[in-house]
Each structure stands twice: as structure tokens, then as C-alpha cells.
Write a protein that binds this ligand. Structure first.
Ligand code: GYE
Length: 332
């Protein structure tokens, strides 16, 4: 009997425990209704990244990780290896773990409604970053932070129209598209096509996905070169595919930047170097440095503050001369 008694919690212990439980419960309610903060009191952000397919993506991941540390946000980072099913799995995990906020860069535009609804039902706010979704129900996410991809495609096309004004004869264009079904591939294709539409001599003779990777760009460009004896222009939806294509073009005995005019998007360091070296001819910029703005938004939506429905990054374009000037100070 005596021994048993010593193992029973005393009244005082029960009182202390109850008070502690109440306090935690109240603290959680006071923070927000979107989930508990971690043990350390920090906001927890679940972030699902597309993958590591390009220089742009690597710079974007670094920016997000550094900004989270700087903002004192507890980051749970998941790399989906360019697969939507992995992103859906990661988001479901974040919901289960009751993170405070979920952010993700959707690999493709469609097929998100179900999982976004699950996050909404769990009262976890979602922020879209870099790429958007095509969901009709805009209440499934709080905001979108990223670039105007249609504009990037249009700027690329407008530059080409200007260059080829005096060309007269047919200008054969090949296009390396980004990941099939992704917002930047869909939108850059659209913007570029619109910009050149009024010029019937500018013709896209082949267009295929290189999945935003160097290997993809090289392989598809090899096929383009085999199938088409006269290629005047390459429009690649990102620098990496353009860089991969350089190898195929050189191997085919052609001079990139001279025999074939090369236009890309992103303006990451390697792309800018190729432009400064005269191998590329024009780049429409797309900034991956979204981390600091994202962390700001995470704090705001966690506090229940209103945020704009769409926040667009300011971007520019680069010619070869401008690339030479900008390169020394390029951050990514
Ligand atoms: O242009 C490309 C990357 O979504 C804007 O994804 C991003 C694109 C970027 O793989 O390099």
C-alpha cells in the first residue's frame, strides 16, 4: 500500500500539471487558430519545392532557406524532384504535422484542388510562390508571389521581331519548352507566340519540352538539328536548356550566337556568362530571390493580416553588352 501511494501524483502535482496544460492551450489559441507554434515559439513553415532542375531553382532554394533563418521561421523543406505526387504527399504531411503556414511552388498548374481544400479545412493558410495553379476557387490560397511569365515570353518575342525586322525571308525558330503543364512553360510560350504573331516570316518550326534541364535542352536540340537543316533562332524557356543546347549546336558544327540566335529566360550567372561571351543573344530576366518577400507574407498571413492577391517581381532584360556590365554584381 505504502509503495503504491508514493507512485500516485500528489494533489499539488495535479494542480501544477493542469495549470501548465491550460497555459499551453491558451497560448495556442492566442497565437492564431491555424495551428500551434513549435516548441521554440517560432512560426513553422512547410515548404514544398519543385526540385533542383536548374540554376534558377538552386538560387531560389538558397534564398528561401536563408530568408527563413533570417526571419526566425522554422522551415520544413521538401524537395519534390519535379513530381506532383511528391508535392501532394509533402503538403499532406505538413497538414498532419499542423504547420502554421504552407508555401509551395507547384510543378504543374492543374490538379491541386483536393489537397488545397484539405489545407483549407485544416485552417492552414497556403501561399503560392514562383508558379501558380489554375484552381477556379481563389479562396484555396492566400496569395501568389512570383513573376509575370507571359510578359517574359513577350519581351523575348518583341526583341526578336526588332532584330529580324529587316530579314525579309523566312526566319525558322525552334522552341525548347519548360516542364509540360507548368505555368512558366505555358505562359512563356503564349507571350512569345503573341509577340511574333504579326510577322508571318517568323515561324516556329519545332517546339518541344526539355523539362527545364541542361540534359533535356541538349537532347531535344540534337533532335531539332537532325530534323531541320535550317534553324535561325532558338527560344529556350530557361538558361539551363539554352546552355545544354549550346553543346548540341557546337557538336553540329554551328556557331551559337552567330549561326543561331539564342534567346533564353532567367538570367542566372551561367546564362549571363554565355550572353557576355556572345553565345546567347538575349535574356528576359526572372528573379529567383523570393525568400525575403515570402517570409514577410508568411508572418502576415499567420497574423491574419490582409495581403494582396498577387505580388509580382520586378524584372528586366539583358543584351550582350548589358550582361557584361551586370555580371560582376550578379547575385545568382
Ligand atoms: O525559369 C526555370 C526553373 O518556375 C520560374 O523554373 C521558374 C522556372 C525557371 O526550372 O529555370
Amino acid at each position: 500500500m505504502k509503495r503504491m501511494r508514493t507512485h500516485l501524483p500528489s494533489r499539488k502535482a495535479i494542480a501544477v500539471l493542469t495549470a501548465a496544460l491550460l497555459a499551453t492551450g491558451m497560448a495556442a489559441c492566442g497565437n492564431s487558430d491555424t495551428g500551434d507554434k513549435g516548441d521554440d515559439g517560432k512560426i513553422t513553415l512547410g515548404f514544398s519545392q519543385v526540385g533542383a532542375e536548374s540554376g534558377w531553382r538552386t538560387a531560389n532554394t538558397t534564398s528561401i532557406k536563408e530568408a527563413a533563418t533570417g526571419a526566425g521561421i522554422d522551415l520544413k523543406f521538401d524537395d519534390a524532384q519535379q513530381k506532383q505526387e511528391n508535392q501532394i504527399k509533402a503538403i499532406r504531411n505538413f497538414i498532419q504535422q499542423k504547420v502554421d503556414v504552407i508555401a509551395f511552388s507547384p510543378v504543374v498548374e492543374s490538379g491541386w484542388d483536393t489537397v488545397l481544400k484539405e489545407a483549407k479545412d485544416a485552417k492552414i493558410p497556403v501561399i503560392l510562390t514562383d508558379r501558380s495553379v489554375d484552381s477556379a476557387d481563389k479562396s484555396l490560397y492566400k496569395t501568389f508571389l512570383g513573376s509575370d511569365f507571359v510578359k517574359e515570353g513577350r519581351l523575348a518575342g518583341e526583341w526578336l521581331v526588332e532584330q529580324k525586322k529587316a530579314a525579309g525571308g523566312p526566319v525558322n525558330i525552334v522552341e525548347l519548352q519548360g516542364t509540360t503543364g507548368s505555368a512558366p512553360a505555358n505562359d512563356r510560350k503564349k507571350g512569345f507566340a503573341e509577340a511574333i504573331a504579326a510577322n508571318p516570316n517568323l515561324k516556329i518550326i519545332a517546339s518541344q519540352s526539355g523539362d527545364f534541364t541542361r540534359a533535356g535542352g541538349k537532347q531535344v536540340m540534337e533532335q531539332f538539328l537532325k530534323a531541320n537543316p535550317k534553324i535561325d533562332v532558338l527560344f529556350a524557356h530557361n538558361d539551363d536548356m539554352g546552355l545544354g543546347a549550346l553543346e548540341a549546336i557546337t557538336a553540329a558544327g554551328k556557331v551559337p550566337g552567330k549561326d543561331i540566335t539564342i534567346i533564353t529566360v532567367d538570367a542566372v550567372k551561367d546564362g549571363m556568362q554565355a550572353l557576355a561571351d556572345g553565345k546567347f543573344n538575349f535574356i528576359a530576366e526572372c528573379s529567383p530571390l523570393l525568400g525575403p518577400q515570402l517570409m514577410d507574407l508568411v508572418k502576415k498571413v499567420h497574423n491574419g493580416e490582409q495581403v494582396p492577391a498577387r505580388i509580382e517581381t520586378q524584372e528586366t532584360t539583358f543584351t550582350q553588352e548589358q550582361a557584361k556590365e551586370a555580371l560582376p554584381n550578379r547575385k545568382y
